[in-house]
Design a protein around this ligand. Sequence first.
Ligand SMILES: C[S@@+](CC[C@H](N)C(=O)[O-])C[C@H]1O[C@@H](n2cnc3c(N)ncnc32)[C@H](O)[C@@H]1O
Length: 246
Amino acid sequence: MSFGLGRGQPLDPGAVGLTLADLPPLPDAIGTDPLAGRLDPRAWFPHPERPLELEIGSGKGTFLLAEAARLPETNFLGIEWEHEFFAYAADRIRRAGLTNVRMLHADATEFLRWRCPDAILRVIHLYFSDPWPKSRHHRRRVVQDRFLADAARVLAPGGELRIVTDHDDYWAWMEDHFARWTAPDAEPVVGPAGGGNTDSGGSAPFTREAFDPPASAREGELVGTNFERKYRREGRPFHAATLRRR
Ligand SMILES: C[S@@+](CC[C@H](N)C(=O)[O-])C[C@H]1O[C@@H](n2cnc3c(N)ncnc32)[C@H](O)[C@@H]1O
């Protein structure tokens, strides 16, 4: 599919862009050992010791460009599964000379589940995630109990899952999921092997907090992505939340 990105110029992800071909293949052993495919994305950065933030579905990369320039001592990984957007965002980041950003062409939910080690992320950003409005497509939404189990596992204590959407029905779906993952007396919703909310004794995996705009957002913006700017011009209302890992 072509989105007309790049205006006829070849896009060059350069060292910013990684694809699944750059990763070791997922071993067959993950059938019996879910940890067998884990790798450490911090090693992809010139300063692996710095804090790492993840953006899921970076689109054209506008948020990553602005936020990574503002926080040069933080590493940012953007995961985008649409190849043209992945290449476009990586090309922009390469041309901007930002060395603290990497773009991965992959399904972010699969990356979290099979590849990402425990407690390595400071923030997961999820902005204007595709709403998949038809009921039969709801299972394609990023926010699922399975995803929240993985987010709880990969976020460091105190880490944040930051979410903004314009879509009322997807927001109601998210609210139902958030309630299960923030209720102190919640029953486990993903089994122990999934790293779900299996804590007992009044310790839900997340607390719910208000969403504070990042410093890279412009006046009056929640976060400053392409979709926010487009939908704001259309006058759409937005929903936003932060879930903080206990
Ligand atoms: C509606 S766009 C929003 C883009 C950007 N966040 C913004 O606000 O402008 C959603 C993006 O997420 C990407 N995406 C959706 N699900 C994904 C997944 N599981 N892994 C990686 N990218 C995903 C889509 O390809 C698309 O570029």
